[in-house]
Design a protein around this ligand. Structure first.
Ligand code: ARG
Length: 456
């Protein structure tokens, strides 16, 4: 395509390092979309005659059908998807194909196609994150009253409800969705018509191509338009953040499914066995969600490092923008669907959760709160009294509710003749009705709002 300037051809290794067609073939639909918008605009502006423009349109539509049916042919000598399509167009309609590239460069062409691709990717992600949210809300509602230990430092802290625990992830995913929506809004401007870097002398209608492609407006600076990839970094950053949330959820499933915990069982659909230990049921999908998040955030880092230090405008380094996004998108898509599947089919072992929630003096805070509320003892003193009570119970291997009255009185005289309140885990969770708290009543209120948001 640029042979005029050269007498010899490139070495085969030059061709190999230069070629992006093995991966950027994934942009074929978006590239054709961009070309169709461009040629229609060139025709309307009288820059290309209708006759030639029509040939180009029919040719591009034919290529669309061919690639849809047979895939994209990979020929390293054609370098990238843009050249591959132009070459095929030339085969189909002859020299008129050469008019498509009027007032355009591969620099604005690839920036446009990639933006369109990332926009489609965001739309896919938004749909599947929404599905995951629905699954989470449903499971939260079904299991709103199950009590499990809430942990800090992975030490039993206070009892919480399973509905509350799930709804914590609902909130995280709601923010993830918001991040993707913001990324989409920022992305949605058109580089097309910026040409190589400086704009063009042709009388373009950039508003026309922008709206034909569903963008909000043409980008206002041609140097910026062809050379920034922050929209791809926005995607990777939102995907990384969200994949970290999925990874934490996956980690909890792994812990909960382990025998010492026994809080959940994964369905057969989402478990694997061991080739040597017949009793094993392994949470491989959850482990891979956890592992994939490392690769996804690695891709964010990869593209940041590619972009750092590039002078304006386009440099070939930027061809390396696509593999990180493609890899992250594929992995992230798998993670979301796998999490939905695992959560949808998890079995909860409420008895084991309840037992664990009752261990470790998990309602000690409720005792301290009672001392404050009913005996008007300052919280710091109440904390101290409760600590001494817990120590006695621990030393004598009894529950808080079993502590003899005289021991209580010896710990603090103000406790004389004051039987302890209900310190059950049920009493504890039911009492936590503060806004955002774990009480089933409160959580059900949040679930109702979430169901409305999800259209359930
Ligand atoms: N394959 C190239 C890329 O993805 C297309 C842009 C080529 N532009 C250029 N000036 N060589 O970045």
């Amino acid at each position: 395509m640029w042979g005029g300037r050269f007498s010899g051809g490139p070495s085969s290794v030059m061709q190999e390092i230069n070629a992006s067609i093995p991966f950027d073939k994934r942009l074929w639909k978006q590239d054709i979309q961009g070309s169709l918008a461009h040629i229609k605009m060139l025709a309307k502006q009288g820059i290309v005659e209708d006759d030639d423009a029509n040939k180009i349109i029919v040719g591009l539509e034919q290529i669309f059908e061919e690639f849809l049916e047979n895939g994209v042919p990979v020929d390293l000598t054609l370098e990238d998807i843009h050249m591959t399509i132009e070459k095929r167009l030339t085969e189909i309609i002859g020299p008129a194909a050469g008019r498509l590239h009027t007032a355009r460069s591969r620099n604005d062409q690839v920036a446009t196609a990639f933006r369109l691709w990332v926009r489609d990717a965001i739309d896919e992600v938004l749909q599947s994150l929404h599905m995951l949210q629905c699954v989470i809300v449903q499971r939260a509602e079904e299991n709103a009253d199950i009590i499990l230990p809430g942990f800090t430092h992975l030490q039993v802290a206070q009892p919480v409800t399973l509905g509350h625990h799930f709804m914590a992830y609902y909130e995280m995913i709601r923010r993830d969705i918001d991040r993707f929506e913001c990324a989409r809004n920022r992305l949605n401007v058109s580089p097309l018509g910026s040409a190589a870097l400086a704009g063009t002398g042709f009388n373009l209608d950039r508003d026309m191509t922008s709206s034909a492609l569903g963008f909000d407006a043409p980008m206002g600076n041609s140097l910026d338009a062809v050379s920034d990839r922050d929209f791809a970094l926005d995607y990777l950053s939102a995907a990384s953040q969200s994949s970290l949330h999925l990874s934490r959820m996956a980690e909890e499933i792994i812990i909960w499914a382990s025998q010492p915990y026994g809080f959940v069982s994964l369905s057969d659909q989402w478990s694997t066995g061991s080739s040597i230990m017949p009793q094993k049921r392994n949470p491989d999908a959850a482990e891979l969600v956890r592992g994939h998040s490392g690769r996804i955030t690695g891709q964010l880092n990869a593209l940041m490092m590619v972009m750092k230090g590039l002078p304006l405008a386009y440099s070939k380094d930027m061809q390396n923008d696509k593999p990180p996004v493609f890899e992250a998108h594929d992995l992230f898509g798998l993670c979301i669907v796998s999490m939905s599947g695992m959560i949808e089919t998890l079995t909860f072992h409420a008895d084991n959760m309840h037992k664990a929630a009752s261990s470790g003096f998990s309602t000690a805070t409720d005792l301290a709160d009672w001392l404050v509320r009913d005996l008007n003892i300052p919280f710091r003193e109440a904390h101290h009294i409760t600590g001494a009570t817990v120590r006695h119970c621990e030393d004598n291997d009894i529950a808080l509710s079993e502590i003899p009255a005289d021991i209580l009185t010896s710990i603090d005289g103000r406790l004389e003749g004051k039987p302890l309140p209900d310190l059950s885990v049920e009493g504890s969770v039911n009492s936590r009705i503060s806004y955002g708290g774990t009480a089933p009543l409160r959580v059900r209120g949040m679930i109702a709002i979430a169901k409305q948001e999800c259209g359930l």
